[in-house]
Design a protein around this ligand. Structure first.
Ligand code: GH3
Ligand code: MG
Ligand code: MG
Ligand code: MG
Length: 313
C-alpha cells in the first residue's frame, strides 16, 4: 500500500493521457471478498475522482448495481461460495445491466483459465496485484473507451441524438424507476408534418437539414434530464422524467412555436415546417414501457387526424 501523497503525483503523471472533460461517467462498483483490498482499491479510485460503490453483500449485487448504475464493475474471480463467473453470468441475465463493463480481478495468471472465466460474460481482466498507477490508468482507459464505443453505437450521425433502441431503453429504464418511486413521467412521440413534400420540393439534402434542425431544437429546449431519440426517419421519441402531462404538453407546444418560426432557405424560395406530437403520462396505468410508447404513437395519430401542427394528449 502507498501513502496518500503519491496518488496526486500518479494523477499528474497520467493526466496527459486523458481529456478529463470527456469522461463524464465515472462510476465504478467493486466486489472482492478481501475487504481490505477492496477498500484500498476504492480509496485509490476515489482519489482519482471516481465515484465508487463497495458491494459488501454478494446476494444484493443485482439491486445494488441497478440502484448505483455504475459504468464498470471490478469483480473478484475467487470468493468463498461464489466465483466471479457465476456472478457475471447472473448479471448478464438482466437487460438493464447488459451494457455494464465487467473486469475480473484475479491472481490467475493462466490465460486459458482467464479466457474460460470470461466466457461467462466478463469483458476483460486485471491481474492482481496491481499498482495504484496501473489500476487508475486501466479503469480510466476502460471508462473512456466505453463512452466512445457507446456513443458510436447509440448516436445517430445526422442528428447526434440517441437511436431507436437506445431511446426505447431509456423509456424502459424510466418505467422501471417509476414502478419503484412513483414519480410521474411522460412519453411523447413527434413526427414532422408533410415531410415527403419537403423532400419532393427541395430535395433530400434539404430534408436532412430540417431533421437536424428539429433535433437541435429538442436538445436545446428540453430539460437536461429529458431524453430525445431519433425513433425513425423524421420521428422522435422523448421521455420526460418527473413531469406532469400538462407540463410536457406545454414544453412541446413551446418547441412547436419555435420550430414553426424557423424559415428554411432553398435557393430563392423559403419554407417552414411543423410537427405533430402525441403525449402520454404514466399517471394512466400502462402495462409496460412498450404499451406507453404505443399509446404515445396513437396520440400522435390523433394529432395528425385533427389537422397536424399540434400536440395531442
Ligand atoms: P405526415 O404529416 O402524415 O407525417 O406526412 P409525411 O409526409 O411526413 O409522412 P411520413 O411521416 O410517413 O413520411 C416520412 C418521410 O420521411 C418518408 C421518407 O422519405 C422521409 N425520410 C425518412 N428519413 C429521412 C431522412 O433521413 N432524410 C430525409 N431527407 N428524409 C427522410
Ligand atoms: Mg478473492
Ligand atoms: Mg411525417
Ligand atoms: Mg413519419
Amino acid at each position: 500500500f502507498v501513502s496518500p501523497l503519491d496518488v496526486p503525483s500518479i494523477l499528474h503523471r497520467i493526466s496527459k493521457l486523458f481529456d478529463d472533460s470527456y469522461i463524464t461517467d465515472k462510476k465504478v462498483a467493486i466486489l472482492d471478498d478481501d475487504l481490505l483490498l477492496a477498500e484500498h482499491y476504492s480509496w485509490v479510485l476515489k482519489s482519482a475522482g471516481i465515484d465508487v460503490l463497495l458491494v459488501k453483500e454478494p446476494e444484493q449485487i443485482i439491486s445494488e448495481l441497478q440502484n448505483f448504475s455504475p459504468d464498470l464493475l471490478l469483480l473478484d474471480m475467487h470468493m468463498p461460495g461464489y466465483s466471479g463467473s457465476d456472478i457475471s453470468g447472473v448479471i448478464r441475465q438482466y437487460d438493464s445491466l447488459s451494457s455494464l463493463h465487467i473486469t475480473f480481478l484475479s491472481a490467475e495468471h493462466d490465460i486459458k483459465q482467464q479466457l474460460q472465466a470470461m466466457s461467462f460474460g466478463a469483458d476483460d481482466f486485471i491481474t492482481k496485484p496491481i499498482s495504484n498507477e496501473n489500476l487508475i490508468t486501466s479503469v480510466r482507459l476502460t471508462l473512456a473507451r466505453n463512452k466512445e464505443i457507446k456513443s458510436l453505437i447509440e448516436r445517430d450521425s445526422l442528428t447526434g441524438l440517441i437511436k431507436h433502441s437506445a431511446i426505447k431503453e431509456a423509456v424502459a429504464r424510466q418505467y422501471d424507476l417509476f414502478k419503484r418511486s412513483t414519480d410521474q413521467f411522460c412519453v411523447a412521440m413527434l413526427d414532422l408534418d408533410h415531410f415527403k413534400n419537403i423532400n419532393d420540393s427541395y430535395g433530400h439534402a434539404m430534408g436532412d437539414v430540417v431533421i437536424s434542425t428539429i433535433a437541435t431544437l429538442l436538445k436545446k429546449r428540453l430539460r437536461r434530464s429529458d431524453r430525445a431519440g431519433r425513433y425513425g426517419g423524421e420521428e422522435f421519441l422523448i421521455v420526460l422524467p418527473n413531469c406532469k402531462l400538462q407540463h410536457a404538453e406545454e414544453a412541446l407546444n413551446t418547441i412547436l412555436r419555435a420550430f414553426r418560426e424557423i424559415h428554411f432557405s432553398a435557393g430563392k424560395s423559403q419554407f417552414s415546417c411543423t410537427f405533430s406530437a402525441g403525449v402520454v403520462s404514466s399517471e394512466l396505468e400502462y402495462a409496460d414501457a412498450e404499451d406507453m410508447i404505443k399509446a404515445a404513437d396513437e396520440a400522435l395519430y390523433q394529432a395528425k387526424k385533427l389537422g397536424r401542427d399540434q400536440i395531442f394528449s
